[in-house]
Design a protein around this ligand. Structure first.
Ligand code: G6P
Ligand code: MG
Length: 246
């Protein structure tokens, strides 16, 4: 069931203005930081890897971390296409759905063991600092499990909007998920900075007309405006300095 992201405090911007539908609210001159989830807020990229590896082992399909790198930011269906590779045609749609269900069950079993200690170091403090600086905060993820993960790591209440693979079915590199997050925040794209660990996500953020910070090696996220090695290296003032002064 779709949940509405709870708010830990009333947003400082006055954008929850009564019952006005989001799409009819004026774009206000505010700033937003839009976070990818998997691999940026927590290490679920590793849990996706382990779960695809379980499936690949069962199917006797070759699979390793190098293949997994290419799955970052892609939808479950697109990931399966890459995991099966040349053997895609051997599996009919019902069997493919079955494989995705098994992968997701394995993944959710791993997610169930997560706790707030699994948020990456520095992330809760970064979110606090951004909020204190007046930024609106969103999560934009291709995952259909994003809300469950945010609950487990204790960050469900830290964001003003959460847009996931259920809300935005066109997965990254399509910009849909970022554009939808900005619309929910009522912040125009040039006033949004995205934080991403995936090449597909950097591409999506650029296509949305947003600034983007890449987390990870330049070979993966070198197309970003700024690259930092780890989530712990993210700084609120550095992120906001990428945006025009309000
Ligand atoms: C994120 C991850 C991908 C994952 C996708 C779908 O974008 O980076 O690795 O394949 O979400 O996740 P889901 O939880 O819906 O299977
Ligand atoms: Mg990611």
């Amino acid at each position: 069931m779709r949940e509405t992201a709870p708010f830990d405090q009333p947003p400082a911007f006055g954008f929850r203005d009564g019952d006005t539908p989001v799409e009819n609210r004026p774009m206000k001159a505010r700033r937003a930081v839009i976070f990818d989830l998997d691999g940026v807020l927590t290490d679920t990229a590793e849990l996706h890897y382990l779960s695809w590896q379980d499936v690949a082992t069962d199917l006797r399909v070759p699979y390793d971390r190098a293949v997994n790198e290419g799955l970052r930011g892609l939808s479950r269906e697109e990931s399966l296409r890459i995991v099966l590779g040349d053997r895609w045609g051997e599996f009919d749609p019902a069997r493919r759905a079955d494989i995705m269900r098994v992968k997701n069950d394995r993944y959710l079993a791993r997610v169930a063991a997560m706790t707030p200690a699994d948020a990456f170091d520095g992330i809760p403090a970064l979110l606090d600092a951004l909020r204190n600086a007046g930024a609106a905060l969103a999560v934009a993820s291709s995952s259909r499990n994003a809300r469950a993960v945010l609950e487990r790591i204790g960050l469900a209440a830290a964001f003003d909007a959460v847009v996931d693979g259920n809300d935005a079915p066109r997965s990254k590199p399509d910009p849909q998920v970022f554009t939808a997050a900005a619309a929910q925040l009522a912040v125009p794209a040039p006033r949004c900075v995205v934080v991403e660990d995936a090449a597909a996500g950097v591409q999506a953020a650029r296509a949305a007309g947003m600034r983007v910070v890449g987390v990870g090696p330049a070979e993966r996220v070198g197309g970003a405006d700024l690259v930092v090695p780890t989530p712990a290296s993210l700084r609120a003032d550095v992120l906001l300095a990428l945006l025009p002064v309000v």
